[in-house]
Design a protein around this ligand. Structure first.
Ligand SMILES: [Zn+2]
Length: 241
């Protein structure tokens, strides 16, 4: 039997919300789901987050689950290290990806061709096993008047990668965010990655990569545009400038 959650649904949006929502209280003046302090050393979230000490205690429980002794010297500081590592692995929850794309440039001399940022390396974690997903994303869009600083595209990839993910959703999230904020003629996101939950456990199949893509606008509707993108992707690597 499972214990029902004592707070709201755990899939409440966790990105910081724009504006100041009305703060409901519990009747005693204590804010319910009050916005979290972004300067705290824990990421914000709409979920009922445990304290750092509770998180460290959970790591000790998992250490005991391996069959080891969390009190032996080599493991004493491990819970604190794991909790700090989680702040890094999952720092994307504190970032609003759309806000990264709000600053655009319109002086582009009529540039109206594909902009492609390829081989954006990312690290993520699968939400089913908490195992690493290591991969590369290729992000393209066909601008409509406005372009965005290219590093921002990589930041959007990271903002979604540094969360618990499945690759299909991450691919769609990146494409949809670019599409909604920049309103370009089209967006294409292609992700290739290796899932350690598949290489180091389960079926144990190293060397397998998973490829997903989301094509929107002209990349979906116009086969010439899609072909041009694929030929840009297939050009020899230029990563060693
Ligand atoms: Zn997995």
């Amino acid at each position: 039997m499972t214990t029902p959650p004592t707070t709201g649904p755990s899939d409440t949006p966790i990105a910081p919300q724009a504006g100041a929502p009305a703060t409901p209280t519990d009747g005693k003046g204590t804010p319910v789901n009050a916005p979290k302090d972004l300067s705290a050393d824990v990421p914000p979230g709409g979920v009922d987050r445990p304290s750092r000490e509770e998180a460290e205690q959970a790591v000790r429980t998992l250490l005991r689950w391996t069959g080891d002794d969390p009190m032996r010297e080599g493991l004493l500081d491990t819970p604190a290290r794991v909790v700090r590592a989680y702040l890094d692995f999952f720092s994307g929850y504190a970032i609003d990806p759309a806000s990264l794309l709000r600053r655009t440039f319109s002086e582009v001399e009529g540039y109206d061709e594909i902009v492609l940022l390829r081989d954006i390396r990312f690290e993520s974690h699968c939400e089913h096993h908490l195992a690493p997903i290591i991969g590369r994303a290729h992000v393209a869009y066909l601008p409509r008047q406005r372009v965005v600083g290219i590093s921002k595209l990589a930041r959007v990839v990271d903002a979604y990668a540094r969360r618990l993910q499945i690759q299909e959703r991450m691919t769609a999230q990146i494409a949809n965010t670019i599409n909604e904020v920049l309103e370009p003629h089209g967006v294409a996101v292609i992700i290739e990655s290796a899932h350690e939950c598949m290489t180091t456990r389960g079926v144990h199949k190293p060397g397998v990569s998973m490829v997903t893509s989301t094509m929107l606008g002209v990349f979906r509707n116009n086969s010439d545009t899609r072909r041009e993108l694929l030929s840009m992707l297939n050009r020899p690597g230029t990563a060693d400038f």
